[in-house]
Design a protein around this ligand. Structure first.
Ligand code: SAM
Length: 186
Protein backbone atom coordinates (compact mmCIF):
# COMPACT_ATOMS: atom_id res chain seq x y z
CA UNK A 1 0.00 0.00 0.00
CA UNK A 2 2.88 2.35 0.82
CA UNK A 3 4.39 1.60 -2.59
CA UNK A 4 1.13 2.47 -4.35
CA UNK A 5 0.98 5.77 -2.49
CA UNK A 6 4.49 6.64 -3.65
CA UNK A 7 3.48 5.94 -7.25
CA UNK A 8 0.68 8.51 -6.95
CA UNK A 9 3.04 11.02 -5.37
CA UNK A 10 5.53 10.68 -8.18
CA UNK A 11 3.20 10.83 -11.14
CA UNK A 12 5.16 11.86 -14.18
CA UNK A 13 8.48 10.61 -12.88
CA UNK A 14 8.00 6.85 -13.23
CA UNK A 15 7.35 4.62 -16.20
CA UNK A 16 3.69 3.56 -16.04
CA UNK A 17 3.78 1.33 -19.10
CA UNK A 18 3.87 -1.99 -17.27
CA UNK A 19 1.85 -1.23 -14.14
CA UNK A 20 -1.88 -0.95 -13.62
CA UNK A 21 -2.46 2.54 -12.42
CA UNK A 22 -5.55 4.46 -11.41
CA UNK A 23 -5.53 8.02 -10.20
CA UNK A 24 -7.54 8.87 -7.10
CA UNK A 25 -11.10 10.04 -7.77
CA UNK A 26 -12.61 13.25 -6.42
CA UNK A 27 -16.25 13.80 -5.45
CA UNK A 28 -18.18 16.84 -4.26
CA UNK A 29 -20.81 15.73 -1.72
CA UNK A 30 -24.09 17.61 -2.13
CA UNK A 31 -25.99 16.16 0.84
CA UNK A 32 -26.14 19.55 2.58
CA UNK A 33 -27.42 21.43 -0.49
CA UNK A 34 -30.73 22.26 1.19
CA UNK A 35 -28.88 24.29 3.84
CA UNK A 36 -27.48 26.73 1.27
CA UNK A 37 -28.96 30.11 0.35
CA UNK A 38 -29.64 30.95 -3.30
CA UNK A 39 -26.49 33.04 -3.47
CA UNK A 40 -24.41 30.23 -1.94
CA UNK A 41 -25.89 27.73 -4.41
CA UNK A 42 -24.77 29.91 -7.33
CA UNK A 43 -21.28 30.15 -5.85
CA UNK A 44 -21.30 26.37 -5.35
CA UNK A 45 -22.06 25.88 -9.07
CA UNK A 46 -19.10 28.09 -10.00
CA UNK A 47 -16.80 26.24 -7.59
CA UNK A 48 -17.93 22.85 -8.94
CA UNK A 49 -17.19 23.95 -12.49
CA UNK A 50 -13.68 25.16 -11.55
CA UNK A 51 -13.02 22.00 -9.51
CA UNK A 52 -14.04 19.82 -12.46
CA UNK A 53 -11.53 21.76 -14.61
CA UNK A 54 -8.79 21.29 -12.02
CA UNK A 55 -9.32 17.52 -11.73
CA UNK A 56 -9.43 17.33 -15.54
CA UNK A 57 -6.13 19.21 -15.80
CA UNK A 58 -4.26 17.17 -13.18
CA UNK A 59 -5.89 13.78 -13.82
CA UNK A 60 -8.78 13.04 -16.23
CA UNK A 61 -12.46 14.15 -16.50
CA UNK A 62 -13.45 10.63 -15.39
CA UNK A 63 -11.84 11.27 -12.02
CA UNK A 64 -14.49 13.83 -11.03
CA UNK A 65 -17.93 13.07 -9.56
CA UNK A 66 -20.87 14.59 -7.74
CA UNK A 67 -22.32 12.45 -4.96
CA UNK A 68 -25.25 12.30 -2.50
CA UNK A 69 -27.10 14.92 -4.51
CA UNK A 70 -30.77 15.46 -3.60
CA UNK A 71 -33.14 15.99 -6.56
CA UNK A 72 -33.27 19.68 -5.75
CA UNK A 73 -29.49 19.98 -6.19
CA UNK A 74 -29.52 18.11 -9.48
CA UNK A 75 -32.33 20.16 -10.98
CA UNK A 76 -30.62 23.37 -9.85
CA UNK A 77 -27.31 22.36 -11.45
CA UNK A 78 -29.01 20.97 -14.59
CA UNK A 79 -30.63 24.38 -15.03
CA UNK A 80 -27.16 25.96 -15.11
CA UNK A 81 -25.02 23.41 -16.94
CA UNK A 82 -26.35 22.45 -20.38
CA UNK A 83 -25.31 19.86 -21.35
CA UNK A 84 -24.72 18.52 -17.84
CA UNK A 85 -21.05 17.43 -17.77
CA UNK A 86 -20.77 15.78 -14.36
CA UNK A 87 -20.92 12.10 -13.53
CA UNK A 88 -22.85 10.96 -10.47
CA UNK A 89 -21.46 8.49 -7.97
CA UNK A 90 -23.92 6.51 -5.91
CA UNK A 91 -21.81 3.75 -4.42
CA UNK A 92 -18.47 3.82 -2.67
CA UNK A 93 -18.04 0.05 -2.66
CA UNK A 94 -15.47 -0.10 -5.44
CA UNK A 95 -13.05 2.08 -3.52
CA UNK A 96 -10.35 0.65 -1.35
CA UNK A 97 -10.42 3.83 0.71
CA UNK A 98 -12.56 6.94 1.05
CA UNK A 99 -11.16 10.12 2.61
CA UNK A 100 -13.42 13.07 3.45
CA UNK A 101 -11.52 16.36 3.56
CA UNK A 102 -12.76 18.03 6.72
CA UNK A 103 -11.33 21.11 8.47
CA UNK A 104 -12.71 19.74 11.76
CA UNK A 105 -10.96 16.35 11.51
CA UNK A 106 -8.47 15.26 14.14
CA UNK A 107 -5.81 13.97 11.77
CA UNK A 108 -3.92 15.66 8.98
CA UNK A 109 -4.31 14.54 5.35
CA UNK A 110 -1.27 12.68 3.98
CA UNK A 111 -0.44 11.13 0.62
CA UNK A 112 0.66 7.93 2.34
CA UNK A 113 -3.04 7.14 2.88
CA UNK A 114 -3.95 7.77 -0.77
CA UNK A 115 -3.82 4.53 -2.70
CA UNK A 116 -4.56 4.65 -6.45
CA UNK A 117 -8.05 3.34 -5.68
CA UNK A 118 -9.00 6.10 -3.26
CA UNK A 119 -11.96 8.47 -3.38
CA UNK A 120 -11.33 11.95 -1.99
CA UNK A 121 -14.55 13.70 -0.95
CA UNK A 122 -15.05 17.44 -0.51
CA UNK A 123 -18.14 18.97 1.10
CA UNK A 124 -20.35 20.91 -1.31
CA UNK A 125 -20.66 23.57 1.36
CA UNK A 126 -20.43 27.29 0.68
CA UNK A 127 -21.12 29.07 3.93
CA UNK A 128 -20.54 32.78 4.06
CA UNK A 129 -19.11 33.70 7.49
CA UNK A 130 -18.92 30.04 8.51
CA UNK A 131 -22.67 29.76 9.12
CA UNK A 132 -22.37 25.98 8.79
CA UNK A 133 -19.20 25.63 10.87
CA UNK A 134 -18.49 22.00 11.72
CA UNK A 135 -20.96 20.67 9.16
CA UNK A 136 -18.40 18.64 7.18
CA UNK A 137 -18.32 16.24 10.15
CA UNK A 138 -21.89 15.20 9.18
CA UNK A 139 -20.77 14.11 5.71
CA UNK A 140 -20.12 10.36 5.42
CA UNK A 141 -19.30 9.98 9.13
CA UNK A 142 -18.32 6.31 8.77
CA UNK A 143 -15.34 7.10 6.54
CA UNK A 144 -11.90 8.62 7.27
CA UNK A 145 -11.95 12.40 7.82
CA UNK A 146 -8.72 14.36 7.36
CA UNK A 147 -7.84 18.03 7.70
CA UNK A 148 -5.42 20.28 5.85
CA UNK A 149 -3.54 22.83 7.92
CA UNK A 150 -0.86 25.41 7.38
CA UNK A 151 1.71 25.03 10.17
CA UNK A 152 -0.99 23.33 12.19
CA UNK A 153 -3.53 26.13 11.67
CA UNK A 154 -6.75 25.35 9.78
CA UNK A 155 -8.14 28.86 9.50
CA UNK A 156 -5.42 30.20 7.18
CA UNK A 157 -5.96 27.46 4.56
CA UNK A 158 -8.12 28.62 1.61
CA UNK A 159 -11.47 26.85 2.06
CA UNK A 160 -13.23 27.17 -1.29
CA UNK A 161 -13.92 23.74 -2.75
CA UNK A 162 -11.84 24.41 -5.87
CA UNK A 163 -8.93 25.76 -3.82
CA UNK A 164 -8.82 22.74 -1.52
CA UNK A 165 -8.91 20.35 -4.49
CA UNK A 166 -6.17 22.34 -6.26
CA UNK A 167 -3.96 22.06 -3.15
CA UNK A 168 -4.52 18.29 -3.01
CA UNK A 169 -3.85 17.84 -6.74
CA UNK A 170 -0.64 19.89 -6.51
CA UNK A 171 0.44 17.89 -3.48
CA UNK A 172 -0.32 14.45 -4.92
CA UNK A 173 1.37 15.06 -8.25
CA UNK A 174 4.59 16.69 -7.08
CA UNK A 175 7.31 16.32 -4.51
CA UNK A 176 5.85 19.23 -2.54
CA UNK A 177 5.00 18.69 1.12
CA UNK A 178 1.41 19.51 2.07
CA UNK A 179 2.75 22.65 3.75
CA UNK A 180 4.47 23.72 0.53
CA UNK A 181 1.38 22.91 -1.55
CA UNK A 182 -0.79 25.08 0.72
CA UNK A 183 1.81 27.87 0.62
CA UNK A 184 1.86 27.81 -3.17
CA UNK A 185 -1.94 28.24 -3.20
CA UNK A 186 -2.29 30.96 -0.53
N1 SAM B 1 -17.76 25.49 7.36
C1 SAM B 1 -17.57 24.12 6.93
C2 SAM B 1 -17.14 23.25 8.13
O1 SAM B 1 -16.75 23.82 9.15
O2 SAM B 1 -17.22 22.02 8.04
C3 SAM B 1 -16.46 24.06 5.83
C4 SAM B 1 -16.95 24.38 4.46
S1 SAM B 1 -15.64 24.61 3.27
C5 SAM B 1 -16.16 26.17 2.61
C6 SAM B 1 -16.03 23.49 1.94
C7 SAM B 1 -15.35 22.15 1.96
O3 SAM B 1 -13.96 22.31 1.67
C8 SAM B 1 -15.39 21.40 3.27
O4 SAM B 1 -16.58 20.67 3.42
C9 SAM B 1 -14.17 20.48 3.15
O5 SAM B 1 -14.45 19.32 2.41
C10 SAM B 1 -13.20 21.33 2.36
N2 SAM B 1 -12.25 22.05 3.22
C11 SAM B 1 -12.14 23.39 3.38
N3 SAM B 1 -11.10 23.69 4.19
C12 SAM B 1 -10.53 22.51 4.54
C13 SAM B 1 -9.39 22.16 5.36
N4 SAM B 1 -8.63 23.08 5.96
N5 SAM B 1 -9.11 20.86 5.51
C14 SAM B 1 -9.85 19.89 4.89
N6 SAM B 1 -10.92 20.18 4.11
C15 SAM B 1 -11.25 21.46 3.93
Amino acid sequence: EEADAVVVKRKGTVDFSDITFNYPDFAVDLSLFKELTERERKSLAVQIEITYGTVKDYFTPENFYLTSAPDEALSFLKGIFKPFPFRLLDSFEEYERVIVLDPNAEEEFTHTEVTPNTLIVVGGIVDSSERLKGSTSKIMPDFLHRKITYKGIVSVVPDRINEIVKIVCDYLTSDLSLYEAVKRNL
